[in-house]
Structures are given as structure tokens and as C-alpha cells.
Write a protein that binds this ligand. Structure first.
Ligand code: ATP
Length: 199
């Protein structure tokens, strides 16, 4: 599995559609300070499901949409798509190439897609979670992040290991199921109160 292509339009400093094609092996992106190198990495995190505006170096999620420059007006949407070579079947989906995409509209809505079909954010997160490209993004080591890992509490460090080992996905599923069970218990309680009143 390797990343094949990243296409960015309206995301941070990339107002026009910009496409990066990656070959297997190491790719280096070089450029002057402030030219948008970290924005490329932010686009990668974002399309893979990152939900924290701060992780993306902004105050709110809308900050990822091109905000305009002296010569160019702001845009109404940010769009990023990432094509992953899946010839080795590392992603649990029957396609040798998988394109995930994410769009955010300034008016508030979001769209996610896998190979052009609309899906939920959860579908993208689950698709990637066994591949090591998990939601916590330990595959992306940002500036200062090594310090954060070295200074993490033992619990947080266990979280990193669980994410890398693919356990976190099952923990999250368990949490979601427990929340549903809790809601169901509440409903059952209300039902039994009502039936007691009717007796
Ligand atoms: P350095 O080498 O200093 O780390 P860099 O090449 O990684 O820099 P980035 O941090 O990726 O640069 O890009 C910063 C630039 O992106 C700034 O000029 C900033 O104004 C621009 N930028 C960030 N968000 C937006 C946005 N929403 N709209 C337009 N431009 C943006």
C-alpha cells in the first residue's frame, strides 16, 4: 500500500487545484518558509478524517478553506482527495486503488466519499483504521510531536500503542455500543414508568 496521489483545491493556501503524484519510496517536498509544505501534510490528515481544528493549526474547521489573498477572493469550499494504491489488499475493500475525498463548505456542510460514492466520516475512519493510518494520525509526525509523545502520560502512551496495534477501533466500537445500550436502558425505564402509570 502506498499513497499515489493527493489533489487539493481550495484548502488553505492551495486556491487552485494542485495535484501531487507520489511514487513508492521517499518523497521530499521542499520550499521556502510559508510556501505551504505543512499545508500539504494538513491536507493529508484532513482527508483521512482529522477532526481537530487545532491539529490542523487553525481555530475552527472553516479555517482550512482558502481565505483569500490581496489578488484572489476567498473560496466557498475546500476539497481534498487522496488515492491509495491497494494492490496488496492492505485496505479491507475490493479495489486495487482507493480514492477517499472530503469537502467542506463555508456554509457548514461536509461531504465524504470513497471511490466516488458518498459515505460517512466513520466509513473512512474504519476503512483506514487497520492500515496504520488511524484517526490519531501517529503516521504523521508533526513539528514538536516527538516531544509530546516523550512527555505523554502512561495512559496516553498506551493509547498510541493501541492505535498502532489496531485495538483502538474495537475500543471505540465498544464505547459506541455501550452508549446505545445506555440509551436503550433509559427508554426501557421510561416504558416501565409509563406502563406502571397506566396500571
Ligand atoms: P515553514 O517552512 O515555515 O514551516 P511551510 O512551507 O510549512 O512553512 P505552511 O505553514 O504550510 O508553510 O503555510 C503557511 C501559509 O499558508 C501562510 O502563508 C498562510 O497565510 C497560508 N494559509 C494558511 N491557511 C490559509 C487559508 N485558509 N487561506 C489562505 N492561506 C492560508
Amino acid at each position: 500500500m502506498h499513497l499515489k496521489n493527493l489533489t487539493i483545491r481550495g484548502f488553505k493556501s492551495f486556491a487552485s487545484a494542485t495535484s501531487f503524484t507520489f511514487e513508492p519510496g521517499v518523497t521530499a517536498i521542499v520550499g521556502p518558509n510559508g510556501s505551504g509544505k505543512s499545508n500539504v501534510v494538513d491536507a493529508l490528515s484532513w482527508v483521512m478524517g482529522e477532526q481537530g481544528a487545532k491539529t490542523l493549526r487553525g481555530g475552527k474547521m472553516e479555517d482550512v478553506i482558502f481565505a483569500g489573498t490581496a489578488g484572489r477572493p476567498p473560496l466557498g469550499r475546500a476539497h481534498v482527495s487522496l488515492t491509495i494504491d491497494n494492490a496488496d489488499g492492505a485496505l479491507p475493500i475490493d479495489y486495487s486503488e482507493v480514492t477517499i475525498s472530503r469537502t467542506l463548505f463555508r456554509t457548514g456542510g461536509s461531504e465524504y466519499a470513497i471511490n466516488g460514492s458518498s459515505c460517512r466520516l466513520l466509513d473512512i475512519q474504519e476503512l483506514l483504521s487497520d492500515s496504520g493510518l488511524g484517526r490519531e494520525m501517529h503516521v504523521i509526525v508533526g513539528q514538536g510531536q516527538l516531544d509530546r509523545i516523550l512527555h505523554a502520560t502512561p495512559e496516553d502512551r498506551r493509547g498510541f500503542i493501541e492505535e498502532a496495534a489496531g485495538i483502538l477501533k474495537h475500543r471505540r466500537r465498544k464505547e459506541r455500543t455501550l452508549r446505545k445500550l445506555d440509551a436503550m436502558q433509559g427508554n426501557l425505564q421510561r416504558l416501565s414508568d409509563l406502563s406502571a402509570e397506566l396500571r
